[in-house]
Design a protein around this ligand. Structure first.
Ligand SMILES: Nc1ncnc2c1ncn2[C@@H]1O[C@H](COP(=O)(O)OP(=O)(O)O)[C@@H](O)[C@H]1O
Ligand SMILES: [Mg+2]
Length: 276
């Protein structure tokens, strides 16, 4: 099977500063990859290489088996949803218009279809119908984040890139958004790359976890494998607190050496900053 996303010997430097070194990685279609690593290790860089916002210095990035340099860039980005932390909404547009920005371009003239798509996506991300005509500054942070996610998904992309999308919301909202996102992933089979600096979030959400340090892959494996068998000292330190706390969902708890210690959900305080 062709990988949804593939990095082939990708390196990136800014001036003489090397940021990514010889990255080889294949992301299977339908995978939910969480990318975790200390601040500045290159997480955002590898994400932006997928939709062409950053070009590798050497090597190639392939989407659906094709070098993205050979693809039509508008087409490429239309097929890749992109959600980042904080609000990137159009402040002069209502919720409806923000979400339908791309679909209405696609459904040119077919307002009925666009409206129906907006209704559907608002429901999926858990936005009440009455917010439809509000402007971004009339919404809470969590609601804005949901609109951003709905917009990223509304064009039904095959790939969803998310860069610390839940960083700015409170913990309850974050938990809800995580649940919604997992459900959307399960239902649509979309390929997700999700950057976070929260180790517990990475382990809970990912079907695969990509642990990075200093521009290099430390481990790329299912979450339970990072816990059971950390590939490097860095990964060991990364997951140590999680192993101790075992703040993992039930299906992973059983495989955790120190199981029985924690509760489902965990807390969001396992920031890399504090251990890396
Ligand atoms: N446009 C740029 N010019 C110069 N250096 C950059 C640029 N973008 C990112 N960097 C550097 O590349 C490194 C990786 O950045 P980034 O991918 O944003 O890290 P992360 O998302 O993991 O925090 C950092 O040291 C950052 O300062
Ligand atoms: Mg970043």
């Amino acid at each position: 099977m062709t990988a949804a996303i593939e990095y082939r010997d990708v390196s990136k430097s800014y001036g003489d500063k090397s940021v990514i070194e010889h990255l080889d990685l294949a992301v299977d279609r339908g995978a939910f990859v969480t990318v975790v690593g200390s601040s500045g290790c290159g997480k955002t860089t590898i994400l932006k290489m997928v939709n062409g916002l950053v070009a590798p210095t050497s090597g190639a990035v392939l989407v659906d088996g094709e070098d993205i340099r050979e693809k039509d860039q508008v087409e490429l980005r239309r097929n890749i949803g992109y959600a980042i932390q904080g609000s990137i909404l159009f402040s002069h547009m209502t919720v409806e218009r923000n979400i339908s920005y791309v679909p209405s371009l696609l459904n040119r003239g077919n307002r009925e279809r666009t409206r129906a798509a907006v209704t559907r996506w608002m429901r999926i991300v858990g936005l009440p119908e009455e917010l439809r005509d509000r402007y971004p500054d009339e919404l809470s942070g969590g609601q804005q984040q949901r609109v951003g996610i709905a917009r990223a998904l509304a064009a039904s992309p095959d790939i969803l890139l998310m860069d610390e999308p839940f960083g700015a919301v409170d913990e309850i909202t974050r938990g809800q958004l995580q649940t919604e996102l997992r459900r959307i992933h399960d239902e649509t089979g979309i390929t997700v790359m999700f950057v976070t600096h929260d180790v517990s979030e990475a382990l809970r959400l990912g079907t695969m976890v990509l642990a990075m340090e200093g521009g290099k892959v430390q481990q790329y494996a299912p979450p339970e494998e990072l816990l059971r068998d950390p590939a490097t000292d860095f990964v060991r330190r990364l997951v140590e607190r999680e192993r101790r706390r075992c703040s993992l969902p039930d299906d992973l708890l059983g495989r955790c050496e120190h199981s029985g210690a924690g509760s489902v959900g965990g807390d969001a305080s396992s920031d890399l900053e504090t251990i890396a």
